[in-house]
Design a binder for this molecule. Structure first.
Ligand code: ADP
Ligand code: MG
Length: 312
């Protein structure tokens, strides 16, 4: 869907992005992470040509992005940023409708789309459609920003630290919303964050940048289990690598049939391996019964299996 081929961008002598190769498949949710100044925002802005390349090229649907009409390219790529950038004198509905109106959609279709998106982002249209941005909380503004980016059903969603300014509870709610949207729409999402946990939670693949160069790309588990070098291990938090792996693995992966005396405590099969270990530590036990969504016991897990971590 998006392919970087040896893409570079210089500011003076400094390479903000240096010879980046990256192939993003349709439906992927790719997180760009790295220290401040590593080139994350530059890489993102190259895709919709807010930043023009100095060398190399970027393909969108197998076509060089410079061959698209610029307006057309941007309308096919929703863009959401941390500072939101809502129009202050336009209502929520009007803000969300920006691109569909530019595209000349009929009023009924625009209205229906706005309602659909507000529902998708858990904002009651009756309550919020007529409000102005200053009448919303930061989290609600961010929801409107995401809805606006999705309005014309773009092929790609580009997001630059969209939840960076939110408190942890609001942030977690928006992370869940984004994950649900990704599942429901199958959009290709390229997402910048400096928050490792956010990347581990949301991304199907993580791209780690440092000084404008790609250091490692892989699934969250691949990075945690096989950090390419010391920089990666340090960035991921060397001391926590094991716990972070357990956080990514559902307890269901370790399920065994019930055998012997049934363990006293029960954990849902959707819990993570880390939550299971935590539950065992809290109750001073070394195995737990596992229940499905209906509360039926489907087996058990034991601490040695979780810690041996040998199923992958
Ligand atoms: P990140 O998003 O990872 O924090 P950026 O992509 O914003 O990093 O910046 C990468 C590098 O390029 C930094 O060294 C930054 O100072 C430089 N840079 C970014 N934008 C500009 C600009 N418009 N003019 C000059 N230097 C820039
Ligand atoms: Mg940035």
């Amino acid at each position: 869907m998006i392919k970087f081929e040896c893409a570079s961008k210089f500011y003076g002598d400094v390479a903000a992005i240096s010879q980046l190769d990256l192939d993003i498949q349709p439906g992927e949710l790719v997180a760009l992470i790295g220290p401040s100044g590593s080139g994350k925002s530059t890489a993102l802005k190259m895709v919709n040509r807010m930043v023009e390349l100095d060398h190399g090229r970027i393909l969108f649907k197998n076509q060089d992005i410079t061959r698209f009409n610029l307006q057309d390219l941007r309308r096919r790529m929703g863009y959401a940023i941390q500072s939101v950038g809502l129009f202050p004198h336009r209502t929520v509905a009007h803000n969300i409708a920006t691109v569909p109106r530019l595209l000349g959609w009929e009023a009924d279709r625009v209205r229906a789309r706005v309602t659909e998106l507000m529902n998708m982002l858990s904002m009651d249209p009756d309550h919020y459609a007529g409000r102005y941005p200053h009448q919303l909380s930061g989290g609600q503004q961010q929801r409107v920003g995401v809805a606006r980016a999705l309005a014309a059903d773009p092929d790609v969603l580009l997001m630059d630290e969209p939840f960076g300014a939110l408190d942890p509870v609001t942030r977690a709610a928006l992370q869940r919303a984004l994950k649900a949207i990704h599942r429901a729409t199958g959009k290709t999402i390229l997402f910048v964050t400096h928050d490792l946990d956010e990347a581990l939670l949301l991304a199907s693949r993580i791209v780690l940048l440092n000084n404008g160069r790609l250091v490692q790309v892989g699934t969250p588990l691949e990075l945690l289990q096989q950090p390419a070098n010391d920089f990666v291990a340090d960035f991921l938090g060397r001391a926590d690598l094991g716990l972070k792996q357990l956080s990514l693995q559902p307890v269901a992966h370790y399920l065994k049939p019930l055998a012997g005396p049934a363990p006293a405590y029960v954990i849902p099969s959707t819990a993570t391996a880390r939550e299971a270990i935590s539950c065992m530590a809290e109750h001073h036990v070394s195995s737990l019964r596992v229940a499905d969504a209906n509360g039926n016991i489907i087996g058990q897990v034991g601490a040695p299996d979780l810690l041996a971590n040998n199923h992958v």
